[in-house]
Design a protein around this ligand. Structure first.
Ligand SMILES: Cc1cc2nc3c(=O)[nH]c(=O)nc-3n(C[C@H](O)[C@H](O)[C@H](O)COP(=O)(O)OP(=O)(O)OC[C@H]3O[C@@H](n4cnc5c(N)ncnc54)[C@H](O)[C@@H]3O)c2cc1C
Length: 453
């Protein structure tokens, strides 16, 4: 069996947003980057709603014009409604004084990720698709890894591979950006599932879902259900809307052994606001099922390795933080790797800094992810008020800016104190914290938003 030997500075495992961002940055800094991706791009991926903080990274990567040319769906904020339409609100990014950009995008990840990976190739990274990293060892003299072809016969660079051919890889450092697959974190036993966020998601693409006629037509819409599950609607192209539901494992278990399609259809038809939106809609993809996607690692970095993006941690889809966190951690990892290669001394202090930053960022957003499944939080969140600048601070933080000013951090503390109070005293009208079902009539969503088909 022939074994090709590849030598590089950095081995990157996975070509999603985290891996590509790191590859672009490191290749531009003159590092020899080998990025191995087990799939052939373009490939489907969930995670279609972006945050304004991503725009800062697009500018840094020089992607601004390229994305503008794609004519992506523009996202200016989010609208929220309770399942019966009794409470609804709209949050505009312009409300937040520390929002990095008032507008971002909804994307088809197949295309978005392909653009990023192409940029990594242009920057000089050696990118090989259909190539799966299957073994790795960390020694004093460097990283030794093995990769095999995945499913196809041709690699991106045009080299033909025989059935059982493998690569031997020698690198100074490995960056695991393999997403939920978590190649390294699983191998090293680092992944810990979050007991507070044991959720199931079901989702599919639909056509024929009405959108508001205003400039808000591209916003994400979130429908909150009384059992604390929730539904997203994300316009990802002129005609296609991504629709998904997130629920607890227990709620899902109670639904028996139905197919993802029938569970999704039943939830949509039995949730008044969603039913009204999907009444003339047609599902144009199969429905997908995912479970247990919320976890964090016991370490973000170690001897000659780092974890970035979902390979390290994933919080929850509720606030669309995934792609932004993947991009930011990919760039942070690139900085840490560059420092470590500059002064090769292991363990690297730059990796300690990297780990510290990832933990801080994760903790900032975790409060919101936990909060979203607390009825008291939802009561306040679905009826936002800018009293004492609280909404300004919330929107600024949820735009992806986790390094808020001291004043905004204080405002967030106040908000979370009110959430605590709501459990005992009605600070805001109760919807989620109310035991019985609402007696009020369902208000049509159209009335709330002025939509058109
Ligand atoms: C239900 C749900 C809804 C979501 N909605 C949103 C949203 O609206 N907005 C948002 O920002 N985020 C969302 N996310 C999160 C988002 O999908 C992820 O955070 C994001 O894709 C992470 O990017 P990444 O680069 O870390 O990993 P990925 O994009 O998953 O890329 C990892 C890559 O690694 C490759 N790979 C895996 N193993 C190997 C191997 N051994 N060798 C080589 N290659 C390998 C894979 O093929 C893959 O292409 C959602 C997640 C879920 C579960």
């Amino acid at each position: 069996m022939s074994r090709e030997r590849l030598v590089c500075d950095v081995l990157i495992i996975g070509g999603g947003p985290a891996g590509s961002a790191a590859a672009i940055q490191l290749a531009r800094q003159g590092r020899r980057v080998l990025l191995l991706e087990r799939q052939r791009f373009p490939r489907f991926h969930i995670g279609e709603s972006l945050l304004p903080a991503s725009n800062v990274i697009f500018q840094r990567l020089g992607l601004g014009e390229r994305l503008a040319a794609e004519k992506l769906v523009e996202k200016r904020g989010a609208s929220f409604a309770t399942e019966d339409g009794e409470f609804s609100s709209y949050i505009d990014f312009t409300v937040g004084s520390e929002v990095p950009a008032p507008l971002t995008y909804q994307v088809l990840r197949s295309r978005f990720d392909e653009i990023l990976l192409d940029l990594a190739k242009e920057a000089g990274a050696d990118v090989r698709e259909l190539c799966r990293v299957c073994d790795i060892a960390f020694k004093d003299d460097g990283v030794h890894a093995v990769a095999t072809p995945e499913g196809g016969e041709l690699l991106n660079c045009g080299e033909a591979l025989n059935g059982g051919d493998t690569f031997d890889i020698e690198a100074e450092v490995a960056l695991d950006a393999s997403g939920q697959a978590g190649f390294l974190s699983k191998r090293l036993g680092l992944r810990r599932f979050d007991p507070e966020l044991r959720h199931v998601a079901l989702y599919a693409h639909f056509e024929g879902i009405p959108r508001p006629s205003s400039e808000r037509s591209g916003d994400i819409r979130i429908i909150s259900c009384r059992d604390m599950s929730w539904i997203w609607m994300i316009p990802v192209s002129e005609t296609v809307t991504s629709v998904g539901v997130v629920m607890s494992r227990a709620t899902h278990a109670g639904r028996g052994k139905e197919t993802p399609e029938s569970i999704l259809d039943r939830i949509l038809t039995s949730t008044p606001v969603a039913a009204e939106q999907t009444v003339s809609a047609k599902r144009v993809s199969k429905a997908c099922y995912e479970a247990d996607f919320c976890y964090q690692p016991t370490a973000f970095a170690g001897h000659r390795w780092l974890l970035a993006g979902d390979a390290a941690a994933f919080l929850d889809p509720a606030f669309s933080t995934g792609v932004m966190l993947a991009l930011e951690s990919g760039l942070d990892a690139a900085v840490a790797v560059d420092h470590a290669l500059e002064e090769p001394c292991w363990p690297s202090l730059a990796f300690d800094d990297y780990q510290h930053t990832q933990r801080q960022r994760y903790r900032f957003f975790r409060r919101f992810a936990y909060g979203f499944y607390d009825p008291a939080f939802r009561d306040l969140f679905f009826q936002p008020t800018n009293r004492c600048g609280m909404l300004d601070a919330i929107v600024s933080g949820l735009s992806g800016n986790w390094r808020l000013s001291r004043l905004h951090r204080l405002r967030l503390r106040l908000f979370f104190a009110l959430v605590w109070l709501q459990r005992y005293l009605p600070v805001a009208p109760r919807f989620h914290t109310r035991g019985s079902s609402s007696a009020k009539a369902v208000r049509p969503y159209r009335q709330l938003e002025g939509s058109q088909t």
